[in-house]
Design a binder for this molecule. Structure first.
Ligand SMILES: O=C(CO)[C@H](O)[C@H](O)COP(=O)(O)O
Length: 218
């Protein structure tokens, strides 16, 4: 049976001058979780926010926090992000040579652990880890900025990852991030994705509820 598709609006595309309102808007519109893009100006060419902002917004919503670390040396900052309120932390395979230890470390806190791959990073990089992670996040743009075009080759990558997961018979979510709109969402879901991150498609719409409905394809 197909799992229901979850929508994770990315706060990156929200109006940062009124975060509580912007979060309330997507919570009311039926979002399943909130995607928080953490950028360090080093692994990716952009800077966003860190644990103090996450602690502050933790007080205004019940949505689970899906924290995507686009930072070098992620192992140094797991503890503060968990204390700030992360429910799921995703680290990039390109930033962490000791991924088994890092994933285990995140899970020991009692939260979920994900691993992300840039569009050009092959699936073989996570093959040995699949039985130990809760989620694989496939980037469908080069990380750093919202509002980019979906890279079409990622659809086949999603389908290949889905096959790997089915073959191992493990319970691993497939999240896709970047350039998600109703058209790319439909293709990503058909290929096997079950969590979609959407910044512009949700925050750029005058009707967040309708935008989320269109992304789910319901
Ligand atoms: O991780 C990201 C960029 O690195 C963002 O989550 C992503 O780009 C979402 O924005 P959009 O839906 O506008 O593409």
């Amino acid at each position: 049976m197909n799992q229901p598709v979850k929508i994770a609006p990315s706060l990156l595309s929200a109006d940062f001058s009124c975060l509580a309102d912007e979060i309330g808007k997507v919570e009311k519109a039926g979002a399943d979780m909130l995607h928080l893009d953490i950028m360090d100006g080093h692994f990716v060419p952009n800077l966003t926010f860190g644990p103090p902002v996450i602690s502050a917004i933790r007080k205004v919503t019940k949505l689970p926090f899906d924290v995507h670390l686009m930072i070098t040396n992620p192992e140094d900052l797991i503890d503060p992000f968990i204390k700030a309120g992360a429910d799921l932390i995703t680290v990039h395979v390109e930033t962490a040579p000791h991924l088994n230890r890092l994933v285990q470390n995140i899970k020991e806190y009692g939260i979920r652990a994900g691993v992300s791959l840039n569009p050009s990073t092959p699936l073989v990089m996570i093959e040995e880890l699949l039985a130990d992670v809760d989620m694989i996040l496939l980037m469908s743009v080069n990380p750093g900025f919202g509002g980019q075009q979906f890279i079409p080759g990622v659809i086949d990558k999603i389908a290949r990852l889905k096959k790997m997961i089915s073959k191992l018979n493990v319970d691993v979510d497939i999240e896709v991030d970047g350039g998600i709109n109703p058209n790319t969402a439909r293709q990503a879901i058909a290929a096997g994705a079950n969590i979609l991150v959407a910044g512009s498609a949700v925050y750029g719409s005058p009707d967040a509820k309708e935008a989320i409905r269109l992304l789910r394809g319901t």
